[in-house]
Design a protein around this ligand. Sequence first.
Ligand code: 5GP
Length: 123
Amino acid sequence: MSSYDPNNVFARILRGELPCRKVYEDEWALAFHDINPQAPVHVLVIPKGPYVSMVDFAARATDAEIAGFFRAVGKTASLLGLDAEGYRFLANCGANAHQEVPHFHVHVFGGRKLGRMLPRAEG
Ligand code: 5GP
């Protein structure tokens, strides 16, 4: 795993250097609309701390950070009105998962039927 790059785009959003369309924010997390949505609702939830991936987050974050982050994911899905019809949350980690931004994040998708979990073809 590579070390955390403090100039990645989500770090810059957290510092207010780049804008975002905010959905939810608390002490632990920031949720905002994805710039290139793949579903009618596509929101990213990021922890406020400097973590690259799920492995990094699980290893180095405090229990309070982990609890706070996952509560924020749930609050975000709830605020977006996704609970009744259903939604998906997903985290890409590393090269095989095509992670583009090296700051741990969860995608929240909803607003339409999302199909099966993974496409059959390699992409
Ligand atoms: P990944 O492949 O790392 O899981 O997904 C990164 C996501 O971040 C992509 O869906 C991409 O559209 C989104 N993204 C990249 N740059 C920006 C940005 O500057 N602002 C926002 N809101 N989303 C971004």
